[in-house]
Design a protein around this ligand. Structure first.
Ligand code: WTA
Length: 681
């Protein structure tokens, strides 16, 4: 087995816990009776014939213009795989058109604006259908075609759903950029994708502040720099932003003259349905490519399997549309299921830390999907903000984005779920498109801190450095094996080498390497081992549930003239899970006061990457540990900020610098560092 470089670098960073102390919860009788899936034999049935299992789901959940070739449920050409080869369909058609007979006047999206004095909006399936058709025609009128990339920098407002679905309708690829990234990030992504059109808003509200997106695009001259042909501006706040004649148009103006119907384009198994930029271990963000039909199958099935979504449910996923969770479970999943989804524009704690609980009570949310970091923050605000709210509508809670610690799990389960609602911990990634690992609400078990088994039909394992499956209780690396899962990525836009380097080089081209560590806890359900996810083992951070690459932050700081070298690692944080910690080596003779240098660094990161990546700790040091070939040994830096073992020090060219680093970070970990006296701290 040719094991690649990441594993050698990673080290074994996890804390062993006592299995005896684990609490195990099971579904209530009520949940078991209601749930679509309550028989654990589904696991064995699916694992006997995963292809057959997926093909059956595909027929059940998606309307096809043409089905796949019978002998090609999945075509494997490692490291590529093509599910349902030869299929033809359309994601927008599946989300809207096919529901009109039954659900024409049912709410598709209920939208809650952040300002409390503004009224909510409800879009029925028919409303959404009408608007999407019109905007699809608008896009065509602006020259957007099948395979064009439409960059979208928009918040959680209904128009964002309209834009995304309109792209799907005509086969254009949306590339949605998170609004807490910087205009510079929009520019990079437009350039990379060769996108000539940006859809944005005049502004939106976040924590009571007006965030002017179009103004920021203009200030950074993004449209000029990428040679954009068009910019469509949704007027969310009647902001009256400057518009360039012939290039910039208001959404409403264009919609007024638009034709009412647009034929949905035929999208084949070879086509891409959207791009989503994500952070990996090297350099710039890269665009994951998702398919149409196969992606839809994975997402649609998990809505029933993991979320047990019934027609009368009100589903709320709090993730922003700029992330994969916003795509798969804030938009496409619920609409594929013909359900009602809630969208909220603003911050969880505005105007008070009760806002989310108020929303759950106000609308009667039944399924609530959120991230551990948000729960930790709302919990830290104090239990008084939760008390007195009516949570009786809730029947299922779900978590995503990072490992949820047992303490937070229990608080969420008790205070919000009132010990009635199962809490499913869903593990997946931008690359996997849909959930791969989670307990199922009607089957269980629900164990704080343990994600659960792989979903039926998903061939998962945890391997050691040599490629052998680990024993129970041992740490290893999560992988997906053939035939993979239908919702998984089809490649990386214009970067085939990075696609291989990132996922298919640790264990070869037939095993997908996820970049996360995990442990089989020694308990099974339906013959499947339950898995605890320990988190990333590479240079990717999860900051407040947001995936960020250390390299992007390093690039931004390296551009400062005072800086010789910078290394970024994730430092544990009580609420955000991790925060970026920077080790900075300044040029000799630089005499900028620390506060001033801190400020410069923060500004550089906010401008190049965005506020989401703001550093929380900066250590100024005279050197960082390198290998002989000059590669920074991050394992040491991670160990220092996490107070964990640093591992073998003989690989460092300059181990003497560890003493200074240990002093700077006040290291209290288990390893002795020559010259550094732990007890002096
Ligand atoms: C982490 C988010 C532990 C993991 C859907 C993964 C999790 C990365 C969980 C992907 C979970 C996601 N438990 N860790 N339940 N869910 N992760 O691409 O490290 O933004 O690799 O997708 O989030 O982040 P991404």
């Amino acid at each position: 087995m040719n094991v690649g470089g990441k594993l050698k670098e990673a080290g074994k960073q996890w804390v062993k816990e006592d299995p005896e102390k684990r609490e195990v919860y099971w579904p209530t009788d009520e949940m078991k009776e209601k749930a679509y899936f309550s028989d654990e034999r589904i696991y064995t049935q699916a694992s006997k014939d995963p292809e057959g299992f997926w093909a059956e789901q595909a027929k059940k959940f998606i309307d096809w213009f043409e089905v796949w070739d019978a002998d090609k449920i999945v075509e494997l050409e490692p490291p590529y795989f093509n599910w349902f080869a030869g299929n033809k369909t359309n994601l927008c058609y599946n989300c809207l058109d096919r529901h009109l007979d039954e659900h024409r006047n049912k709410a598709a999206i209920i939208w809650e604006p952040e300002p409390v004095d503004e009224v909510q909006k409800v879009l029925t399936y028919m409303d959404l259908y009408r608007e999407v058709n019109k905007f699809a025609n608008v896009l065509k009128g602006l020259g957007v075609k099948k395979g064009s990339t439409v960059t979208v920098w928009m918040p959680m407002i209904p128009e964002t759903a309209i834009v995304a679905l309109a792209c799907q309708r005509i086969g254009a690829w949306h590339s949605i950029v998170y609004t807490a990234f910087a205009p510079h990030a929009v520019r990079e992504r437009m350039q990379d994708a060769g996108s000539k059109i940006l859809i944005t808003v005049d502004g939106f509200y976040r924590r009571g502040k007006l965030i002017g997106l179009k103004k920021r695009i203009d200030e950074a001259q993004v449209l000029e720099k990428v040679g954009a042909e068009n910019c469509v501006v949704v007027s969310r706040v009647n902001g009256g932003v400057p518009m360039k004649e012939g290039r910039d148009y208001y959404f409403d103006e264009l919609m007024r003259g638009a034709e009412a119907y647009c034929e949905p384009e035929t999208i084949t198994s070879e086509d891409c349905s959207f791009l989503l930029y994500t952070s990996g271990t090297t350099g710039k963000p890269k665009a994951v490519m998702h398919s149409c039909g196969a992606y839809s199958v994975g997402v649609a099935l998990t809505m029933k399997l993991v979320f047990d979504l019934h027609p009368e449910d009100l589903f709320w996923s709090t993730a922003d549309i700029g992330w994969i969770t916003g795509h798969s479970y804030g938009l496409y999943g619920p609409l594929l299921a013909g359900a009602t989804v809630l969208w909220y524009e603003g911050a969880p704690d505005y105007p008070t830390p009760s806002r989310w609980w108020e929303i759950i009570e106000k609308y009667g949310v039944t399924i609530f999907y959120t991230a551990p970091t948000a729960i930790r923050a709302l919990r830290a605000a104090g239990d008084k903000w939760v008390e007195g709210y009516d949570f009786s509508s809730l029947r299922l809670l779900a978590s995503v984005g990072e490992p949820i610690d047992p303490d937070t799990w229990k608080w969420f389960y008790e205070k919000i779920g009132e010990r009635r609602c199962p809490l499913v911990d869903t593990y997946w990634q931008t690359e996997t498109g849909g959930i791969l690992l989670s307990s199922l609400p009607g089957i269980g078990p629900f164990i704080p801190g343990v994600a659960g088994p792989a979903l039926p039909g998903v061939n998962y394992d945890i391997l050691d450095e040599t490629g052998e499956p680990v024993k129970e209780g041992e740490f290893g690396y999560l992988v997906v094996k053939s035939p993979f899962a239908p919702s998984m990525l089809r490649g990386m836009y214009k970067k085939p080498e990075e696609y291989i380097a990132e996922y298919w080089s640790e264990y070869g081209t037939e095993i997908y390497f996820a970049g996360d560590g995990g442990i089989k806890i020694g308990q099974k359900i339906g013959g499947q081992p339950l898995i605890k996810i320990t988190g990333r083992i590479d240079d990717v951070m999860e900051v407040a549930g947001h995936r960020l690459g250390t390299a992007e932050i390093e690039d931004a700081v390296n551009e400062l003239e005072e800086v010789v070298e910078v290394a970024v690692v994730g430092k544990p944080h009580a609420i955000k899970g991790e925060v970026p910690a920077l080790f900075v080596v300044l040029k000799r003779g630089v005499e900028v006061p620390k506060e001033e240098m801190d400020r410069k660094i923060v500004v550089a990161v906010r401008e190049k990457v965005g506020p989401v990546a703001t550093p929380e700790a900066v250590f100024y040091v005279s050197d960082v540990p390198n290998t002989e070939s000059g590669k920074i040994i991050r394992r040491f830096l991670k160990g220092l900020v996490r107070n964990e073992a640093l591992g073998d020090m003989t690989t460092a060219r300059n181990p003497e610098c560890l003493k200074e680093l240990a002093e700077a970070t006040k290291y209290r970990g288990p390893q002795k560092i020559p010259g550094y006296n732990l007890s002096a701290v």
